[in-house]
Ligand binder design. Structure first.
Ligand SMILES: [Zn+2]
Length: 91
C-alpha cells in the first residue's frame, strides 16, 4: 500500500518528489481493467499469464505500462492492444 508520508516528503529531494509525489511503501497490485474492445474470438484480450489461447494469438506487452501483458488476435486486435499498453505507459 502506498501512502503519503509527511516525514519522507520533508526530507526528500526535489527529484524524488517529482518522481513519486512523496509516496512511500510498496506499490499496490495492478488492477485488471477491461480492454474496451469487443472481439468474439475466445481468449482475445486475456492476461498473458494464462496459456496462449490459440496459435494465431500474439502476446502484447509494453515495458513500464500499467497495462499487463495480454494475448490478442494478430493484426487489428494486437495493434489495438499495443496502443492501449503504450497509452497506459504514459505517467
Ligand atoms: Zn481479437
Amino acid at each position: 500500500m502506498r501512502e503519503y508520508n509527511r516525514e519522507a516528503r520533508r526530507t526528500a529531494t526535489q527529484a524524488q518528489v517529482a518522481w513519486n509525489k512523496g509516496l512511500t511503501g510498496e506499490p499496490e497490485a495492478r488492477e485488471t481493467r477491461p480492454v474496451g474492445r469487443d472481439c468474439v474470438t475466445p481468449g482475445c484480450g486475456q492476461l498473458a499469464e494464462l496459456p496462449q489461447p490459440a496459435a494465431h494469438m500474439v502476446r502484447v506487452e509494453e515495458p513500464g505500462s500499467r497495462e499487463p501483458a495480454r494475448w490478442y488476435c494478430a493484426q487489428g486486435c494486437a495493434g489495438y492492444g499495443q496502443a492501449l499498453a503504450e497509452i497506459r505507459a504514459i505517467p
